[in-house]
Design a protein around this ligand. Structure first.
Ligand code: C5P
Length: 241
């Protein structure tokens, strides 16, 4: 199973991101722009990072009524993005509307359904009224997403073997919640694996933010993770959806 690294660009300013993007050009392909940078700089920043040669994963985790999410997907169509997230807990109708909008407005975009946030464990889910265990809830939402036409999911690497056994092989599994061996941790991620473990488990893409961004030499850590996943998975093929 092919696996590639996505750098989560969760930094406060474009000046903070610039040196890292410069150093990783040529070795890293995917950059994830999330709420922190998108709310600060908007679509122009997406275009600027794409112009540097990166493929863009826009992680907006859309979650609203079907019409609103579908219209947002249409509004994003002119942007050079390869992946976009919506929340699967928005339900079948919302995911179907989003998928239809994506097919019509941006056929090459991979729409990813976020299952259960990797910062949430079973106890945190119980607090919100979800009485299933985290893995059962991920399974339910992932199967609903596939039935609604989504071709990619965001989940914890711990759930990849379960989802690989339940879903068609063409479904792309994107996994945050990655912590390199020896990483001190101590942050909000609860359901975690190392890059090598996630690649071996069958992740299509691993998403890594703080272990790279907070390192003394972020580019070196990113390159070490790329080497680790290359050794533990087949080389990545270009995305075809
Ligand atoms: O810093 P860290 O490696 O924990 O970053 C993980 C990234 O993946 C963050 O940008 C976070 O928003 C994102 N993410 C996640 N869990 C999900 C979906 C996305 O951690 N289920």
């Amino acid at each position: 199973m092919a696996c590639d690294l996505i750098l989560a660009l969760d930094v406060p300013t474009r000046e903070a991101a610039a040196p890292l993007l410069r150093q990783l050009r040529g070795s890293l392909r995917w950059v994830k722009i999330g709420l922190q940078m998108f709310t600060a700089y908007g679509p122009d920043y997406v275009r600027a990072v794409a112009d540097e040669g990166y493929s863009i994963f826009l992680d907006l985790k859309l979650h609203d009524i079907p019409n609103t999410v579908a219209k947002a997907v249409e509004s994003l169509a002119p942007l050079p993005i390869g992946m976009l997230t919506i929340h699967t807990s928005g339900g079948r109708e919302m995911m179907t509307a989003a998928r239809q909008a994506q097919e019509q407005s941006n056929p090459r975009l991979l729409l990813l359904g976020v299952t259960v946030l990797t910062s949430m464990d079973t106890a945190a889910l119980h607090d919100t009224g979800v009485t299933s265990a985290a893995d059962a809830q991920v399974s339910r939402l992932a199967n609903l997403a596939a039935a609604s036409g989504l071709r990619g999911l965001v989940c914890s690497p711990l759930e990849v073997p379960m989802l690989r056994s339940q879903l068609p092989a063409k479904i792309q599994l994107v996994t945050p919640g990655i912590r390199p061996a020896g990483d001190a941790g101590g942050d909000d991620q609860k359901r975690v694996m190392t890059p090598a473990e996630a690649a071996r488990a069958g992740s299509s893409y691993i998403v890594v933010g703080r272990p790279i961004l907070k390192a003394k030499d972020p580019a070196a850590v990113a390159r070490a993770i790329l080497a680790e996943i290359t050794q533990n998975a087949e080389p990545s093929r270009p995305l075809s959806v």
